[in-house]
Design a protein around this ligand. Structure first.
Ligand SMILES: Cc1ncc(COP(=O)(O)O)c(C=O)c1O
Length: 423
């Protein structure tokens, strides 16, 4: 059975190499193989499954929609499903948060919305350059790859990726105040750097290793952008949609970005969807200028509307805060105690255990052992040395505890064999 994939599927496949079984079914925080073995899921579809696998509340809406022969594909035509999602998003998210954005539906992946954001920023400002951050991940198509910092990913482009200046992220380059550095780049007539169209960032670099920007730093960044007439683009593809304990990750700083990029869990059910939120005055697109056949998957609209209702019905943000407290305590008490140099970072339900000092092999061995014990957990960051905890926001307390126990036991085991081998 495995041979089918190894023989016929391209070498580009990746996650299946970390979790080499054939999955067949899934429910909320669990994945099951074709032979029925269960795995606790601490990866949640890389952030696409914030509401869990096959969430019943959404499933019924989807089934009803399909059964009634409603529109399944509508290009970007007006449909009831789209209208209802837009109205619900406005009513449940934008209006209560006093945000004034227009919605742009892009091609179905996050990377396509990043492309659109960059194109729009350049069109509005008539400038070429963009500032992005070291450690950033924004996608794998050429424009989004140009603002992604990982060297080997960039090399895959096969061409130069230009017009981007990379800036050290908050608190990652010791002693450097990155806001003053950018101010200097923008005001020094000999900096050699042109004023950019936009600054793009994740408020928590997820693939980059759970590097978190401080709220004050985000406020300063907003001021810098405003002062220099530069657009602020927040890529909330992975850490938006409730992941940090509020719908948008930037709410903790009280800032309003000019453009927000959403994908992954916006559709709620693993359906492909991406969405750009743009300030109305930036909406200078001509019709069809960022086009695509699959802009606006109708089932994604249905699921996305249901997801917003589900959030409110169960008080999801509150639940995330309770689970955040549990994970934080667990990491302090049970993981940090393993080795004093382990670094813990995160908030909401995205946490990183930074074991850079123990090396890539250590991190890999831990996640492999977790998998053998029934836990799906991934690594991120430079050399993949940050073990990333990212369960569905709907994870049960029982499975959250069980998953954490597996992680602790696996880390302790690999650590003790490392210590023994050094002695
Ligand atoms: C922050 C961020 N931006 C963009 C992307 C790209 O999204 P997609 O894989 O849907 O193209 C990702 C995917 O992991 C991401 O985490």
């Amino acid at each position: 059975m495995m041979n089918t994939f190894e023989v016929l599927e391209s070498n580009v496949r990746s996650y299946c190499r970390s979790f080499p079984v054939v999955f067949n079914k899934a429910k909320n925080d669990m994945l099951y193989t074709d032979s029925g073995e269960g795995y606790i899921d601490f990866f949640a579809g890389a952030g696409a499954l914030n509401y869990g696998h096959n969430n019943d509340f959404m499933k019924h809406r989807i089934l009803d929609y399909v059964t009634a022969d409603r529109i399944m594909h509508g290009l970007d035509m007006y449909t009831t499903a789209k209208q209802e999602f837009i109205e619900s998003f406005s009513e449940r998210i934008l209006v209560p948060k006093q945000l004034n954005y227009k919605l742009q539906f892009c091609g179905p992946t996050g990377t396509n919305a990043v492309e659109a954001a960059l194109k729009l920023a350049r069109k509005v400002t008539k400038r070429n350059g963009v500032f992005a951050f070291m450690g950033a991940f924004h996608g794998m198509s050429l424009g989004s790859l140009s603002v992604t910092s990982n060297r080997s990913m960039r090399a895959s482009a096969g061409i130069t990726l230009d017009n981007v200046t990379f800036i050290p992220y908050y608190n990652t380059f010791s002693g450097l105040d990155t806001i003053s550095y950018m101010e200097h780049l923008l005001t020094d007539s000999h900096s050699g750097v042109e004023k950019p169209a936009a600054i793009i960032l994740e408020t928590i670099q997820a693939e980059g290793g759970i590097n978190m920007a401080d709220a004050d730093w985000l406020v300063d960044l907003r001021h810098l952008c405003t002062a220099h007439d530069i657009l602020l683009i927040i890529d909330d593809i992975q850490v938006g949609c409730g992941r940090t304990g509020s719908f948008f990750s930037f709410e903790r700083a009280g800032i309003v970005p000019d453009i927000v990029v959403l994908s992954k869990s916006i559709s709620g059910y693993g359906m492909p969807m991406s969405l750009l939120l743009l300030k109305p005055e930036l909406d200078v697109w001509s019709p069809g200028e960022h086009n695509g056949t699959f802009r606006g998957n109708q089932l994604a609209f249905v699921a996305a509307k249901a997801a917003l209702e589900f959030r409110d019905a169960v008080g999801l943000d509150e639940q995330v805060k309770e689970k955040e407290a549990f994970v934080q305590q667990f990491l302090r008490d049970s993981i940090q105690s393993i080795d004093p140099f382990i670094r813990i970072r995160g908030m909401g339900l995205i946490w990183g255990i930074d074991v850079a000092h123990l090396g890539e092999a250590f991190a890999k061995e831990v996640t492999e052992l977790c998998f053998r014990r029934g836990l799906i957990i991934e690594r991120a960051g430079r050399n993949d040395t940050v073990i990333k905890i990212m369960p569905a926001l709907t994870v049960s307390m029982e499975n959250l505890r069980k998953g954490c126990d597996i992680l602790k036991e696996s880390m302790e085991q690999v650590y003790s064999s490392l210590v023994t081998s050094v002695m």
